[in-house]
Design a binder for this molecule. Structure first.
Ligand SMILES: *Cc1c(COP(=O)(O)O)cnc(C)c1O
Length: 431
């Protein structure tokens, strides 16, 4: 968070926004996002390197436009993501492929994205060559390969290895290559996403290994133009630390040279982080509605709950992955801390933001809040709003954007009952 928008130093702004919009709401800090974008740009400043934004982390138009303005390209994982990127100004076609459509499964209007808009398909499953051929596609192809190793931000996010559903297993890729060749689809790009493991050293090791794997393969693809080593720059939610840019930049620059050398021509090397750009730029601001206690008995130890009006329908990561998000209460920073659990409004016992690595409740040292206080759930910009849902019919919370110069924009309004029911019909289906 920039000094100007450190929620802990800007309680009055939070109060004003809460009075205007109600709670909870998402607060984006443009200045912070620009700093993280600058880190990634610094990683890829050598010739032949290109960074994409894996837009599923946070797909709102204002964020996409920020990425476009900074010369980033897009990694989309659905046809609608391709169209949202197009609406934000990214070019269609594959000269160059500003939008890459990475799919394990085709769903939705994928034919329009690929055949009409010319978005480059990055296929993650062998049968997809047949799906494309059936539509008469003869354009370029990217192959997503499971290289047998990788590490997501949590164990449930397995991005490469025997238990990962992503990509085509590396030893079985020859069948897909042959199918693409006979269908007249040149393979212009190879891709693997080894994931944003929490440790920077692990990421660097994985990247080096991956570049080695691709260097071994690149000679056998006569049409190859690019290699993507995927995403996943780690973001440490417990102790935010910025990236060791020089160490990683050197691996990418050297990798690009190595790949070009083994291929015998210039090969573009791409990365496609998602969370790193956006995680720290957004705070979920919620209101404390009450405090209450359970008491110890033969079943366990009592805890004290701070009840808030945000739930896992807003930020699902703690409930889904046991993820940690820093929590602050700006009006009470001067108070001593005591152990509290923070829980939301949903009729579901899992609606608790304070969890340990084993996904059980883990009281957090927090100052004693009072009813009506605003609470900040930090580093909520990646897979926050993007994963929020209609469960319990609460409607998604509004998103607010604060520019570097202090001007404030409503990115999306609070959803109403009418938004929730807009898709309901009484249409009879005669099938
Ligand atoms: C999700 C995803 C990313 C980005 O992962 P982060 O952990 O958000 O950096 C990159 N590439 C692909 C193919 C993805 O699915």
């Amino acid at each position: 968070m920039s000094e100007s928008l450190n929620p802990n130093q800007n309680a009055p702004l939070l109060q004003k926004l809460a009075a205007r919009l109600g709670t909870p709401f998402w607060l984006y800090d443009d200045a912070e996002m620009r700093r993280r974008i600058a880190d990634v740009k610094a990683l890829t400043s050598a010739p032949g390197l290109q960074a994409r934004y894996a837009m599923k982390a946070s797909p709102s138009k204002r964020i996409l436009k920020e990425m476009k303005k900074n010369g980033l390209w897009i990694d989309a994982v659905s046809a609608n993501e391709c169209f949202r990127a197009e609406q934000a100004g990214f070019a269609t076609g594959s000269h160059p492929p500003e939008i890459l459509y990475t799919a394990d499964v085709f769903r939705g209007d994928w034919q329009k994205a690929i055949l009409k808009d010319g978005v480059l398909p990055n296929i993650g499953s062998p049968g997809m060559v047949g799906d494309l051929a059936k539509e008469g596609y003869k354009g370029p192809l990217a192959l997503r390969i499971n290289v047998g190793f990788g590490h997501g931000h949590v164990n449930a996010c397995d991005t490469g290895g025997p238990s990962s559903k992503h990509g085509i297993w590396w030893e079985d890729v020859s069948g897909t290559i042959a199918a693409a060749k006979s269908a007249g689809m040149p393979i212009v790009m190879l891709h693997a996403h080894v994931g944003s493991g929490p440790k920077q050293q692990e990421l660097r090791d994985n990247l080096k290994r991956l570049i080695g794997v691709f260097a071994g393969l690149s000679g056998s693809f006569p049409d190859l133009q690019a290699i993507s080593v995927g995403g996943g720059l780690p973001w440490n939610y417990r102790q935010p630390e910025t990236l060791d840019v020089p160490a990683l930049a050197a691996i990418l620059a050297d990798g690009q040279k190595e790949l070009s050398k083994t291929a015998g021509r210039e090969i573009r090397l791409e990365i496609e982080p998602g969370r790193y750009y956006v995680a720290s730029s957004c705070t979920l601001v919620t209101q404390v509605t009450d405090l209450k206690k359970t008491r110890s008995n033969e079943k366990g130890t009592g805890v004290e709950f701070i009840m808030v009006d945000a739930g896992f329908t807003d930020l699902v990561r703690p409930a889904m992955y046991g993820s940690y998000h820093r929590i602050t209460i700006p009006a009470r920073v001067d108070r001593p801390t005591e152990p509290f659990c923070v829980a939301g409004p949903l009729c579901e016992s899992g609606d608790v933001f304070t969890r340990g690595a084993d996904e059980m409740l883990e009281p957090r040292a927090l100052p004693r809040a009072e009813r009506g206080d605003l609470m900040c759930l930090h580093d909520a910009g990646a897979y926050g709003y993007a994963m929020s849902s209609h469960y319990n019919s609460l409607g998604r919370a509004p998103q607010v954007w604060v520019e570097e110069d202090g001007s404030i924009f409503l990115m999306s309004r609070r959803e109403t009952l009418a938004d929730l029911t807009a898709v309901e019909t009484d249409e009879a289906l005669h099938v």
